[in-house]
Every structure is written in structure tokens, then in C-alpha cells.
Design a protein around this ligand. Structure first.
Ligand code: GTP
Ligand code: MN
Ligand code: MN
Length: 606
């Protein structure tokens, strides 16, 4: 890396990209422009700079080699959904579940904010590929940012650098992503450890495939390759091009007879995707490997199979609750080369968070840099603290996770965090019923976004914060993809799961984590035609002995409670679904209204 002002683009760079960067540099007026090549040398230099600046604390290299802790501004700790906008030409195309501002108005606002916004800073240019470099399912993007934290994190989360840049030849589509922390420096002004701005805009222009993010350096708002591109913009691209961009983990599962399956599962944020993606089965003979933990791009192929890739190259995972008893695989993945954000620091220079070990160390420095002891009445790590680490470091990555052709999906799972009503597992009657289950996902709020924790929210397809167009159109798009798959006869089966149902005393009825392998086994035995099921009011559920429960100790009556269907509670739930659908007016597909009517008929006879 060099500090020459207005550094030249690498030889052979697509002139479209060069012109775009020049235009942005004139607007933002950074001191320097650096074209990132994704090399280790570059990463070293960025990390060194951030340690000197106080943005990063280097952890004890003997305990956590080449790893760093970032402490964010206390008001910049999660995605800001109230400041996230889908700026489609027509408001109806953004739909009622997104904030909308007309693109011209938003451009004017952002243009004003951008003027001189990088003064005193470096503008990093980050060219990257989402998905394996030469996969037909992959897409390219270029992000500019004035945050070295974002530059380093994007280097972990994507395939960033010279090889991606070379492939973005003239005529190749690429997504334009613009990011600034919105904190220009006056000459001589001393910078803070985590620059950001109280004013925040996370804006998406789906028609022109552009993203503008202002004022935040927190992952979900600033690592634009992830939620902004790979979900919001990509979902709009996918709608136009006939594929799906989804908030899903991807798994490879091998059954005791050696048959291989691939599963895609959508759960809302902080509801268990990373955990399931790294599952260690508790039942003998089954093997589970990781393909992806957060985002999947799925496309029907010429033979009508649903193929999927993980467009990311790393994990940006929730730290709290990640420990030996829940997710040993993640703990093993984090041995080194990791950037931690808003976790606690031990006196030995290592990291800690709630759930890493059963008992906390006797003294810590908390996520805000304050001294902390176990008697403190606040958590040591922020509830939405995260780790950023290369996927390749995960010991359970499957051999096909970077297959340019993608993996073939056999089963799709939808889930949420529900204390009541939703059973442990149900199989949809058919694709359209499955789409209805996806469209009606609800979940109790978590710390992954602002809002009151515990409150019930609808999170259709776990995409409520991530769909770049009208959510009801997304449902229709899923129905259309089903029609396309049906023509060739390779329709994946769809299931709904709920690990979070609670007993009257508030305790979880299901142990979860490794034991979820029992539910996976039933699901894949269903796919394989090997597990019986009963037709119930909500769909197909396991017969008394088809769910493998050997060796599992459950509280008395837990299984009955996990599958109980309360007609009164369900009638209220379906009333709520009807109100929820009504919010989308006449864009709700007729097939989904029909599914709701069928659901009512089934509940009426419970
Ligand atoms: P994002 O990365 O924000 O999209 O979230 P995620 O879906 O990857 O969530 P993650 O796997 O990080 O899980 C978040 C929380 O759910 C953690 O506190 C976990 O301990 C908890 N969790 C995950 N799986 C289970 C489970 O099977 N049972 C219970 N009770 N909790 C679980
Ligand atoms: Mn997520
Ligand atoms: Mn996750």
C-alpha cells in the first residue's frame, strides 16, 4: 500500500470502475485513495494502523494468534432498520415492510451529506466477488469506504482483491456500494477510535443496483457486501433473473448409509443459523458439514434441480451463547485470525463473552472498555457482539462449499423463535404450503437489531429486514420458482422447525443444539421416504416413534407439549396472519390466501 494521493487504479482496471471511483473521490474529497488488493501485506498494514489509532486492540498472540478486538461507539452496535431504505422508483415496489424514500430525494440528501465527508481520511476501494470467483451463480461488487475496519472485515467476508477486479471486465455487471462513517476530520483534528455519525442512512437503489451507507461502521450497516448486496440488492436481481437470494444457512448431511443431502434453512437473525450450520450431531452415524451460515443464493438449473451457493467467504457470527456446550465448532474456528467486535477482554489479553464458559473470569474489561466483575449487573460483552473469521478456518466446512456449480438442495427449513404454538417440526403438505409457512414466520425480537427484545414480530422468510422489494412479490416469486421446479419434478421438500418452545415455567422444552440432529434426521428420512408421518392440522408431523429420541432425557410430557396444537391460540394466530396479509393489500398471492383458508379449516376441526 502506498500513500500517494489519488493513487492510480491497477493496470487494466475496467474504465467504468475508474470513472466511478474518481467521481466519488471528487465528492467525498478523501486525502488518499487506495485500491485494495486483498493481500496479507495490505491486511497487516491496515491492522497496524488501526491498533495505533485505538480502533483495534491486538489480543495476546499466544492465546489468540493474529486476532483483534474492536470496540464500537456505544450507539453503533446493531443494524438500524429504522434508517434502512429501499429507494425503488415506485413506493409500492418497496412494499409496506420496507422504509421508502424516492430515489431522487434520497440522492439529493446523500449528495449533501457526502460532500467532503471523507476529508482527512483514506478512501479504500474494495473489489470483490460474492461466490466462488468462476461460478456462474456469483456476482461482483465494488465498495468504497473510509473505514479500515470495514476494509479488513470485507477482506475476510468476501473474495476480495485483484482477482475479482480483473474479472469485472467492461460489460460485466457489478454492484456499486458506497460507504462512509460520515466523520470528516478538520486539519490537525485527532481522530476517535470508532468514528461514526448520529445521522445514519443505509440506502438501496434496487433498479440501479446501488448501495449508499452513511454514518455507521457496524457490520450489518457497513459491510455492504453482506446484507445490503447479497440480500437486499441480490433479492431484486434474483426476482428479475429467476433465482432466489435468501437469509439461509446451507448444510451438507450424510446419513448412516452414506447418502448425501443438502439443506437450506431460514431463521431470523439471532435464531440459530450459525449454530445449526456448525451442528455436531448427537446421534450416531450422521455427519453434518457446513456450506454456509447466513446467506444462500439459489437457482433452478437446466435439469430443474435447485442449486445453491454460499456467496460469502467468512462468518460474521453472534458471539454470546457460543461456547463448548452449544457450538464447539465455532469455538474451534475462532482459534486465531479473527476480528472480534464488542466482546469482553480478559486480563491475559484474550476474549470472553456470556456463554463462552459457564463461569466468567473474576475480572474483565467489558465491551465499552470499563472494568467488570461477575457482580456487575450488566453483561460483559454486548448481546450483539460478533466475530469475523474466514469460513475456510471452520473445521466442518464441506468439500463442496466452494463448488462453482453449487450444491443440490433436497430440503428447505423455515424456523423462528417461538415460545408458544409452533411445533418442534412439521413438514409442509406441498411447495405452496411451504411458501405459506415461510411467508408467515414469526419470531420474538432479539438483540440483532434495535427494538424491544422478546416482542413478537412477523419475519417472512427471515427476510423482513433484507428483502429489497415488495415482500408480497417475494412470496409470488417463491411460488413461481416452485412452478418451475415442479415442471421437472425435483421439488425440494419444505419443513418448519421451532427449537424455542417453552414450558409453563419458561424453560425450553427442547434441548436444541446437537440434539437438533434428531430433527434433521427425521427430515432427511422423510426426503428419503424412510420415515412415517401423520397428517395433522398444521402439516405432517412425526409418528410416535419416527423421531429418533434414543438416549435423550426430556422432561415429562415434553414431546406432547412440543407438538400440542391449541385451537384457541391457533385461531388467534391465524387472525393475526390475516391482518398481517391485509397489510400487503392485493399483492398477496391468491395461493397464499387459499393456504390461510385451508389452515383455518384444519384448525376448526381440532
Ligand atoms: P444472524 O447471524 O444474526 O443471522 O443469527 P443466527 O441465526 O446465525 O443465530 P445464531 O446461530 O448465532 O444463534 C443466536 C442465538 O440462538 C444464540 O444465543 C444461541 O445460543 C441460540 N440458539 C441457537 N440454536 C439454539 C437451539 O437449538 N436452542 C436454543 N435454546 N437456543 C439456540
Ligand atoms: Mn443474518
Ligand atoms: Mn449467524
Amino acid at each position: 500500500m502506498h500513500d500517494a494521493s489519488w493513487a492510480l487504479a491497477p493496470d487494466g482496471t475496467n474504465p467504468e470502475i475508474v470513472a466511478w471511483v474518481e467521481q466519488l473521490a471528487h465528492l467525498f474529497t478523501p486525502d488518499t485513495v487506495v485500491w485494495c488488493d486483498g493481500s496479507q501485506r495490505e491486511r497487516d498494514e491496515l491492522n497496524r494502523k488501526m491498533v495505533a489509532q485505538g480502533t483495534l486492540v491486538q489480543l495476546n498472540p499466544e492465546l489468540r494468534p493474529y486476532s483483534f478486538l474492536a470496540r464500537s461507539h456505544p450507539a453503533d452496535v446493531a443494524r438500524v432498520e429504522s434508517r434502512t431504505f429501499i429507494c425503488s422508483e415506485h413506493e409500492a415496489d418497496a412494499g409496506p415492510s420496507n422504509n421508502w424514500i424516492a430515489p431522487d430525494e434520497m440522492r439529493a440528501t446523500l449528495g449533501g451529506l457526502a460532500d467532503g465527508a471523507m476529508r482527512g481520511r483514506t478512501m479504500y476501494v474494495l473489489p470483490f466477488s460474492m461466490g466462488p470467483l468462476d461460478s456462474p451463480l456469483s456476482r461482483f461488487g465494488v465498495q468504497v469506504t473510509d473505514s479500515p475496519y470495514v476494509a479488513v472485515s470485507t477482506g475476510i467476508m468476501t473474495r476480495l482483491g485483484a482477482e475479482a477486479l480483473q474479472r469485472i471486465t467492461p460489460g460485466t455487471d457489478w454492484v456499486r456500494a458506497v460507504h462512509t462513517v460520515g466523520a470528516p476530520l478538520a486539519p490537525g483534528e485527532v481522530d476517535v477510535a470508532w468514528p461514526s455519525n448520529e445521522t445514519k442512512y443505509i440506502s438501496h437503489f434496487p433498479e440501479s443496483r446501488e448501495i449508499w451507507s452513511y454514518g455507521s461502521a457496524y457490520g450489518g450497516n457497513a459491510l455492504l457486501a453482506k446484507k445490503a448486496f447479497a440480500l437486499r440488492i441480490a433479492s431484486a436481481m434474483a426476482r428479475d433473473e429467476g433465482w432466489l437470494a435468501e437469509h439461509m444457512l446451507l448444510l451438507k448431511v450424510t446419513n448412516p448409509r452414506g447418502r448425501v443431502f443438502h439443506v437450506a434453512a431460514a431463521f431470523p437473525s439471532a435464531c440459530g443459523k450459525t449454530n445449526l450450520a456448525m451442528l455436531r450431531p448427537s446421534i450416531p452415524g450422521w455427519e453434518v458439514e457446513t456450506v454456509g451460515d447466513d446467506i444462500a443464493w439459489l437457482a433452478p438449473d437446466a435439469w430443474g434441480r435447485l442449486k445453491a451457493i454460499n456467496p460469502e467467504a467468512g462468518f460474521f457470527g453472534v458471539a454470546p451463547g457460543t461456547g463448548a456446550s452449544t457450538n464447539q465448532t465455532a469455538v474451534d474456528t475462532l482459534w486465531g485470525n479473527t476480528v472480534f467486535t464488542n466482546v469482553a477482554l480478559t486480563d491475559e489479553g484474550d476474549v470472553w463473552w456470556e456463554g463462552l464458559t459457564d463461569t466468567p473470569p473474576s475480572h474483565l474489561t467489558d465491551w465499552q472498555g470499563e472494568s467488570w466483575t461477575p457482580s456487575a449487573d450488566r453483561p460483559a460483552a454486548h448481546p450483539n457482539s460478533r466475530f469475523t473469521v474466514a469460513a475456510a478456518q471452520c473445521p466442518t466446512m464441506s468439500d463442496d462449499w466452494e463448488d462453482p456449480a453449487g450444491v443440490t438442495i433436497d430440503a428447505i427449513i423455515f424456523g423462528g423463535r417461538r415460545a408458544t404454538n409452533v411445533p418442534l417440526v412439521v413438514e409442509a403438505r406441498d411447495w405452496d404450503h411451504g411458501v405459506y409457512l415461510g411467508a408467515t414466520i414469526s419470531s420474538e425480537r432479539t438483540a440483532a437489531a434495535e427494538g424491544t427484545i422478546g416482542e413478537l414480530r412477523r419475519d417472512p422468510f427471515a427476510m423482513a429486514p433484507f428483502c429489497g422489494y415488495n415482500m408480497a412479490d417475494h412470496w409470488q416469486h417463491w411460488l413461481n420458482v416452485g412452478d418451475q421446479l415442479r415442471r421437472s419434478g425435483r421439488v425440494p421438500r419444505i419443513f418448519q422447525v421451532n427449537w424455542f418452545r417453552k414450558d409453563d415455567d419458561g424453560s425450553f422444552l427442547w434441548p436444541g443444539f446437537s440434539e437438533n440432529s434428531r430433527v434433521l434426521a427425521w427430515i432427511l428420512d422423510r426426503v428419503n421416504g424412510a420415515a412415517p408421518a401423520v397428517a395433522g392440522p398444521l402439516g405432517w408431523t412425526p409418528t410416535a416413534d419416527s423421531l429418533p429420541l434414543d438416549g435423550l432425557e426430556l422432561p415429562d410430557g415434553a414431546i406432547d407439549k412440543l407438538f400440542a396444537v391449541d385451537a384457541t391460540a391457533w385461531t388467534a394466530e391465524l387472525d393475526d396472519t390475516e391482518r398481517f396479509f391485509a397489510g400487503f393489500g392485493d399483492r398477496v398471492p391468491a395461493k397464499l390466501k387459499r393456504q390461510l383458508a385451508i389452515a383455518r379449516e384444519h384448525i376448526a376441526v381440532v
